[in-house]
Design a protein around this ligand. Structure first.
Ligand code: PMP
Length: 408
């Protein structure tokens, strides 16, 4: 396991963590919203702009070729990171949200007709709800929702029973951004595939914590954002099996995604470019690759193991607080701790923690249907990354106790 000495060395890669907030040492526990960036990622952006900036793919000149090579190498790095077979199945998007919108629009256009059904779950982020609602409205489809237990685990039997010949796709989160629940995605995919139904997995919260092998899971689509795994904002990934991507129409039209354009008829580029209209974020992709290499150099399994210890410690400590209620008590859980204390408003706790230097997220976490399920307006969420420490958890618990005392 990563030692405290390893962690203090790694923390030195994140200059932002040394900041003081309202006079106190920053404790950054909002990693599920976005992670901080190591120096190597920021330096890659700066170096790329200074030394290799030129638009990619179309240029004959040196700089353009250099930038193209770096961008395509980044695609290979992503392919390698998730264990995909072929880099043509890796599409660069603006992030998880755009990737889901791409699939909902393009897959929906090709494969869904009036009366068909889509399956999602109660614990989805709005990004994995609203694109399907837009599609359902356009095509008059039905959305079926898998319920969860009070602990925050999916009802797999219910899921089995609602699958039918009208079901066209299942779209489920790998890890809940509120509950931390790690869903049994292998089981979901197996059940869906027994019925010949493809599965999209929202990997936004899984990618920084779980060692992913996309072939093993066998998901048909897998989406995530770079900024959740120490990479830059504004770039993300859609992994899709080529058997689907080949059949799906383009999502956006423009440069890069065409083979030949005439006013009579336009033909489209091969994968992955068919889905990458316009100038891509070729600086971001390179920095993203640097982030993935950085994570690989630490080891995602080591990261997960250490974060689990942080979560265990934080859970034990927080349970000492009277009237604490934790949302998300699944057997398999990732590094997010959502809670409320008695009737105290989550926002008030967030503000008082901030005043003591502790950054947490409060509110509905873009999961309002999940809040409705628990009959609450929101929670406080502390979420951890490998650069967090046990000492920071102690600071957080002390600050939380103080906030609760002031608000009771
Ligand atoms: N799904 C989940 C589970 C998330 O946690 C998030 C980010 N909060 C998203 C989707 C959306 O990601 P992005 O905003 O990077 O597109």
């Amino acid at each position: 396991m990563l030692t405290q000495q390893d962690i203090s060395h790694l923390r030195a890669d994140f200059p932002i963590l040394t900041q003081k907030v309202h006079g106190s040492q920053l404790v950054y526990f909002d990693n599920a919203a976005t992670t901080q960036k190591p120096e190597i990622v920021v330096n890659t952006i700066v170096n790329h702009y200074f030394n290799a900036n030129a638009n990619i793919h179309r240029g004959v000149h040196f700089l353009s070729q250099k930038a193209t090579e770096a961008h395509e190498q980044a695609r290979e790095a992503v392919t390698d990171f998730i264990g995909a077979k072929n880099s043509k199945e890796i599409i660069f998007t603006r992030g998880t949200t755009e990737a889901i919108n791409l699939v909902a629009t393009s897959f929906g256009e090709k494969f869904c007709t009036k009366g068909d059904e889509i399956i999602i779950s109660v614990m989805e982020h709005h990004s994995n709800i609203v694109p399907w609602q837009l599609l359902a409205e356009r095509k008059r489809l039905k959305i079926n929702i898998i319920p969860i237990s009070e602990k925050g685990e999916l009802d797999y039997n219910y899921f089995k029973n609602i699958l039918n010949e009208k079901t066209k796709i299942v779209a489920i989160t790998h890890v809940s951004n509120v509950l931390g629940t790690i869903n049994n995605v292998k089981k979901i995919v197996e059940i869906a595939h027994e019925n010949n139904i493809p599965v999209l997995l929202d990997g936004a919260q899984a990618i920084p914590h779980i060692c992913l092998n996309i072939n093993e899971i066998d998901a048909d689509f897998y989406v995530f954002s770079a900024h959740k795994i120490y990479g830059p904002t504004g770039i993300g990934i859609l992994y899709g099996k080529d058997k689907f991507l080949e059949q799906m129409p383009p999502y956006q039209g423009g440069g890069e995604m065409i083979s030949k354009v005439t006013f009579e008829k336009t033909t489209y580029a091969d994968l992955p470019f068919k889905f990458e209209a316009g100038t891509p974020d070729f600086i971001g992709s390179t920095a993203f690759a640097a982030a993935l290499k950085y994570v690989q150099s630490i080891g995602i399994k080591q990261i997960a193991q250490y974060e689990n210890e942080l979560l265990k410690y934080a859970t034990e400590k927080i349970l000492e607080i009277p009237q604490i209620k934790i949302y998300g008590n699944s057997a398999e859980k990732s590094a997010a701790l959502s809670f409320n204390v008695g009737n105290i408003h989550h926002y008030d706790i967030g503000v008082l923690l901030d005043q003591q230097g502790v950054a947490v997220r409060t509110g509905h976490h873009c999961a309002q249907p999940l809040m409705d399920f628990y009959k609450i307006a929101g929670t406080v969420r502390a979420s951890f990354a490998f650069y967090n420490t046990f000492e920071e958890i102690d600071i957080f618990i002390t600050a939380l106790k103080k906030a609760v005392k002031m608000l009771s």
